[in-house]
Design a protein around this ligand. Structure first.
Ligand code: EPU
Length: 416
């Protein structure tokens, strides 16, 4: 088991450079099999990317890695069923549904893995494939999705699901005729994928809006793209700066992708300076309590809900966070309370009564962002915190120990 130990209450000073976005990279990599060769730059060093590389290798792709540049040659891949083990490795394994369907008109795999933060059904993805003409056979967790022909269709999503939008985009790029996705997700990571697909020869209109129009083409050619900066990683380190920083500079990022968080921090009177591609954050006293509701982009991201909770422990008064995207994303609360926080869970809402003093403890990570929240709390706490099961954190935060050590944190990763 991997665990992290942190000796808290150290000032964080210096610069943290943000890596490419996990949720972009995990869509761009499966999309590479839509053509023969794709080059992806600024790929983050995270275990979710390694898992996708393993699946690509299994399918017969050739992968060349050079620092953060990934060249994927999928010329010789074959359409093997994605095993249960591979499907379970991560959530984004399900992007092989759309990608294999586009390339071979058939995809066979199991229900995807990923963090257990809710039921996370895939009904909207399947509805989209069916509208494009695919037939779906489902036996327990196994899915066989097959189409004689993919034919463009009008698809209105009942919820702007990120995953369903990505999967339908890929399948529709190779369908005959025009597909319209209404109520599409418009997270910046989707724009990143749209750019790659256009680069590969796809015809897509409506980037960054909630209506995407895709005119299918019979062949996609090689493409080059750069993963956009990870807004959730950036947000996490900005929160670390507001909790412990002395002009901690979070750079290589896109502040406009984080408007929702930065506005909340301003309302709380946090000490932040926003520059063109960076945010400088310092430890802020007298933070005001605030009420926040998670929402789809451009609303406040659910992926920053747990990290924000750790900051709100420092705020004066009662803060509330309502989680509207996932049913089970408060698993960090138990451990934050053990460290000294005063947080109550009431259905989909938590009340954080601050300020409370945090003290180092032995805690356990249940999912990726819960782990980030516990790391933030540990960096702020008096004494030493041991965070168990940090394999979840390594799914999404590349070089986290090195990045934090470089700015003055006392943190180590251990295999126990
Ligand atoms: N949903 C359905 N049916 C579907 C698809 C989604 O009911 O067919 C529901 C989900 O159960 C959930 C909500 O819709 O309650 C949002 O799901 P969405 O499909 O938008 O999310 P996702 O594609 O599963 C991606 C990210 C998540 C991030 C969400 C929202 C990846 C691999 N994952 O998940 O990232 O929380 O979008 O922005 O891109 C994370 O990074 O920590 C993480 C969980």
């Amino acid at each position: 088991m991997k665990q992290i130990r942190i000796l808290g209450n150290k000032i964080l000073k210096g610069e943290i450079k943000i890596s490419g976005a996990k949720n972009s990279a995990v869509a761009l990599i499966p999309a590479a099999i839509l053509s023969d060769e794709v080059v992806i730059e600024n790929v983050p060093n995270i275990s979710d990317v390694n898992a996708l590389d393993d699946i690509l290798n299994y399918l017969g792709a050739e992968i060349y890695k050079e620092n953060d540049k990934l060249t994927i040659n999928a010329k010789k891949i074959s359409n093997k069923p994605i095993t249960e083990e591979y499907s379970n490795m991560l959530r984004a394994s399900y992007y092989f549904m759309g990608a294999l369907l586009a390339r071979f008109k058939k995809a066979e795999m199991y229900f995807p893995g990923g963090c257990k933060i809710g039921a996370r059904p895939i009904d909207i993805h399947l509805m989209g494939f069916e509208k494009l003409g695919a037939e779906i056979k489902n036996d327990g967790d196994k899915y066989i999705i097959e189409a004689k022909k993919l034919i463009g269709a009008e698809i209105e999503l009942p919820f702007p699901s990120v995953g369903a939008t990505v999967n339908i985009l890929m399948a529709a790029s190779k369908a005959e005729g025009t597909t319209t996705i209404k109520n599409a997700a418009r997270e910046p990571e989707i724009g990143n994928l749209v750019d790659l697909l256009i680069n590969m020869g796809a015809k897509i209109e409506g980037k960054d809006t909630n209506t995407l129009t895709i005119t299918g083409v019979s062949k996609l050619t090689g493409g080059v793209t750069k993963v956009i900066p990870d807004r959730i990683e950036a947000g996490t380190y900005i929160l670390a700066g507001v909790m412990n920083g002395d002009k901690l500079k979070v750079s290589n990022m896109e502040p406009k992708h984080l408007d929702s968080l930065l506005n909340i921090l301003k309302q709380m009177d946090a000490d932040i300076i926003i520059e063109e591609n960076s945010v400088i954050a310092s430890k802020s006293d007298n933070l005001k309590a605030i009420d926040v509701t998670t929402a789809v982009y451009p609303g406040f991201p659910t992926d920053l809900q747990q990290p924000l909770t750790s900051l709100l422990i420092m705020a004066h008064g009662n803060s509330h966070i309502k989680e509207t995207i996932y049913e089970n994303r408060f698993q960090n609360v138990k451990y934050l309370n053990e460290m000294g926080a005063n947080i109550e869970i009431n259905g989909d809402t938590i009340t954080i009564k601050g300020p409370s003093k945090l003290i180092g403890k032995v805690v356990t990570t249940s999912d990726l962002r819960a782990g980030a929240a516990l790391i933030l709390a540990a960096l702020h706490a008096e004494g030493e915190t041991t965070i168990k099961e940090v394999k979840y954190v390594l799914r999404g935060y590349g070089n986290i120990v090195k990045k934090l050590t470089n700015v003055g944190a006392q943190i180590c990763l251990e295999d126990v």
